[in-house]
Design a protein around this ligand. Sequence first.
Ligand SMILES: Cc1ncc(COP(=O)(O)O)c(C=O)c1O
Length: 398
Amino acid sequence: MLSKRAQNLKPSPTLAIAAKAKELAAQGHAVLSLSVGEPDWDTFPAIKDAGCHAIQAGQTKYSPANGTPQLRTAIAHKTQAQLGVDFKPTEVVVGAGAKFILFAALQMLVDPGDEVLIPAPYWVSYPTMVELADGVPVIVPSDELTGFKAHATAFEKKITPKTKVMLLNSPNNPTGQMYTRAEIEDIVKFMRRHPNLTVISDDIYNELVFEGDKVAPHILHVAPDLKERVLVVNSASKTYSMTGWRLGWALGDEKLVKAIANYQSQSVSCAAPFTQTATLAALQQCDADVARGVELLRKRRDLFVEALNQVPGWRAGYPQGAFYVWADIRALLGRNWHGKRLETSADVATALLESQYVAVVPGGESGLEGYLRLSFALGEVDLNEAVRRIRLFTDGLD
Ligand SMILES: Cc1ncc(COP(=O)(O)O)c(C=O)c1O
């Protein structure tokens, strides 16, 4: 009964851990979830107020498929201020979360057999999204030596005449690593050598940065003339703690942006209009809230990384952005937990959850074995408790 597409569709790989964590919590265990992909604080009050007022005022019907003109104009202004490049509201499309925008963008760019360069470690959804567009995900590896960032030379090794798109995500999920301006300059040179390549720049964490300028270095900072070849994707989810509101956007070449809007009009129709009004308030009124959130994350990052590095066998660098620590647990592989040999990051994540009720994301799912992703978007008490349990778990390994 099911299509080939359905048969090949892999469920979200983090689902098994999340389901197990829920099951243990339902049994009454005090599960600490370091696997979440969202800030632990609520959506900021000005946003909630604007959303409630919008509902009361009757903004409860379809909106234009590409988003309201007010929101598209505000997004164009904000992005212009961040990246230094002019955008017209017609070069903006608003959708139901960056996830759907990315999905739709790949549907609109990729023909069967086209290759898409995905730097590893990657956000778990990218390869599947490419496959759902009948494209071929081409993983571009990185490791500790390259700072967990795929550089221009690595992309050069993987590009072929079939390469159509390249995905970039900086700061990165799962590593929290951010490309420097010099590294971006190399990527720009690479783009100039390959004029048919389109880049999807997933900037969803670009304001949650702990080093350098307020906004992560970007291709368009270096090369504004490449505007037509870069699809800038962003979202209200992480910056404004609005993950449940489902609001993302893209800016770029007008034809591509229009195609994404058409695709949306034939699938999910539009983002909810009251969510769009709430996001307008976010863009216009919440800079100070975002700055406070970044400071809080920075404090937690420092506390968490320092504490984690005290645990024998665990090694973590300081992420420059987002809210994830990418912990090297290769020293634990080959050790035994209750007679079971830990072979992979998934084995370690499962054992940690079952023994100490700490949920983390195995790095193997992101294309690099031997690492775990731990979110530090948690209160300090919980972070300290998580490290205490991680130590107990590690001490208990044979
Ligand atoms: C790298 C990356 N891109 C996109 C998304 C999707 O965000 P949204 O909530 O806007 O769909 C996420 C969410 O976890 C993410 O980590």
